[in-house]
Design a protein around this ligand. Structure first.
Ligand SMILES: Cc1ncc(COP(=O)(O)O)c(C=O)c1O
Length: 506
């Protein structure tokens, strides 16, 4: 074995982490395993006291400082998880911690550091600005700098995650999937695995818009990215470390790039198996694992993903939930063209069959054709072409929008608008208890004599399904229509006089 691997093995075996960190569980993810045909294991670093593995590296570094160094205090720069690891370690070691965070840091993370007794200094717009300022403070006050990844003691602390995995799972393991930001976690985990069970593959996972490590490996030198995507804030690093680059290049077997939709889907997978809500960086390992399984058609293997963090703002969950299905794994989205004639809307609904509808948006716009935005629940992406063919067989052209950002981000919320064709239109809001096929039941109860000129439904998993419907009814038909609507048995409100209707839709 090479000398530096032996050195790291020794550092990891001697790492001091358990004064503050816990040995986290390695849980089987049963539902995901069934879906993928492999045994998936989750290394639950999200259950650490500060909800990420970062505590291990920070504490291992700080616990090795001399009393004189500790009395000078430590400084670090961080956008979140490292800061909490340093603050908790400082409290335990009774030293001062000065933590520089970008001014854009969410209040939740600032409060977490303050609650642990750290001093927070807000500086600059990005992690790089905060880093430069922390470095300046270190020079000025002789604080000890605690690097978030590029330090052998930090790397060795993170390496204890690898040590625990191999102790916890002694059967053959095909691969371990590790999110990469600056590369500290993967360097430590790979060092231990390659020293002890080198046949196990270590696979690095990067965001497609924040892939400094992969670009550096390809260029054979460290590359500094101009911009990085911030969705996975834990791994948004513009330049990886010198030591972490050297180690990752030597020890990591392969890399996978993932996008934010697949990370959202992975957050959902983890939730379904464990009921924990991971932060994006924390779910990257799972997203990478799924992609790797598909690419290499793996079956029946033991695969481990490190779920490395769970510090997520509650208000981001709306986006995560929305996008978890939008990656085309669980939801298909189509623009369907139907003839603008009575009955064709209902025929479209019938041809969709028993599938669960997630969204239905329609606004009359043309005398001959209508375009309906349709979202349908699916089990896998392969169903998308099947549904397109099914619709085509009924004469409905369907445009697959699963990968269309414009539609997923904007159009689905903006569809509709004014129409010159909505003569005699009346607007109603309906509510019905949400359950499978409830939308179809609603549609089949609509009388074919009245033309539907606007329709919006969105399945939000809420208690009640809420539908907005425009129906064209002439004044003379109004009494008959009122009777009809009252016999439907759905709760409704007439919104025809609502001024917003006049302003935006008519
Ligand atoms: C939750 C989470 N995952 C992954 C990473 C990336 O770790 P590293 O910078 O050691 O590659 C971080 C870094 O802060 C993190 O907080």
């Amino acid at each position: 074995m090479k000398q530096h691997l032996l050195d790291y093995l020794q550092r990891i075996l001697n790492a001091k982490v358990y004064d503050v960190a816990i040995e986290t569980a390695l849980n089987p993810a049963n539902k995901l395993s069934d879906r993928l045909g492999n045994q998936v294991w989750l290394k639950r670093e999200d259950t650490q006291p500060v909800h990420s593995f970062k505590l291990r590296g920070a504490y291992n570094k700080m616990a090795r400082l001399s009393p004189a160094e500790l009395s000078r205090g430590v400084v670090c720069s961080s956008a979140g998880n490292h800061a909490q690891g340093v603050a908790l370690s400082a409290r335990r070691l009774e030293c001062e911690a000065h933590i520089v965070m970008p001014v854009t840091t969410p209040k939740l993370k600032i409060d977490a550091v303050l609650a642990l007794g750290g001093e927070v200094i807000l500086h600059g717009d990005s992690y790089s600005d905060a880093y430069a300022h922390a470095f300046e403070l270190q020079q000025r006050h002789q604080y000890v700098f605690v690097h978030p990844f590029d330090d052998p003691d930090v790397i060795a602390g993170q390496g204890t995650v690898g040590m625990e995995i191999l102790r916890q799972l002694q059967s053959p393991i095909h691969a371990v999937f590790v999110a990469i930001g600056g590369g500290g976690l993967i360097s430590g985990v790979a060092a231990y695995i390659k020293a002890v069970r080198p046949e196990i593959k270590v696979i690095g996972v990067q965001m497609n818009d924040s892939d400094a490590m992969l670009q550096s490996i390809l260029a054979n030198e460290r590359v500094e990215l101009k911009d990085v995507g911030l969705f996975s804030d834990g791994t948004a690093v513009k330049m990886v470390g010198e030591e972490t680059f050297r180690m990752t290049r030597e020890l990591v077997d392969d890399f996978v790039k993932v996008d934010s939709d697949s990370v959202c889907a992975a957050i959902k997978d983890a939730f379904e198996d464990t009921r924990i809500i991971l932060e994006p960086a924390g779910a990257m390992g799972i997203a990478g694992l799924k992609q790797y399984v598909a690419k290499h058609a793996l079956q029946g293997e033991n695969l481990v993903a490190i779920t490395c963090g769970a510090n997520i703002n509650f208000d981001r969950l709306r986006f995560v939930a929305e996008r978890a299905d939008a990656g085309g794994e669980r939801e298909a989205l189509f623009a369907v063209t139907i003839p603008e004639e009575r009955g064709s809307f209902k025929l479209l609904c019938e041809s969709i069959g028993h599938r669960n509808v997630t969204e239905f948006s329609y606004r009359i716009s043309d005398q001959h054709e209508a375009h309906v935005l349709v979202g349908l629940e699916i089990q896998h992406r392969g169903e998308v072409p099947e549904i397109s063919q099914l619709l085509a067989a009924q004469g409905f052209a369907a445009l697959d929008l699963v990968d269309d950002e414009l539609s997923k981000q904007h159009l689905r919320y903006m569809i509709g608008g004014r129409s010159p064709l909505c003569e005699n239109e009346r607007l109603y809001r309906f509510e019905f208890p949400e359950r499978p096929a409830a939308l179809m039941r609603f549609l089949s109860s609509m009388h074919p004599d009245w033309n539907i000129s606007l329709f919006h439904y969105r399945n939000e998993g809420a208690d009640y399904g809420r539908i907005l419907v425009g129906i064209q009814v002439s004044d003379e038909d109004l009494p008959a229509f009122s009777d009809f609507i009252n016999t439907l048995g759905y709760r409704y409100a007439d919104e025809t006089a609502n001024p917003v209707y006049g302003q935006f839709l008519r």
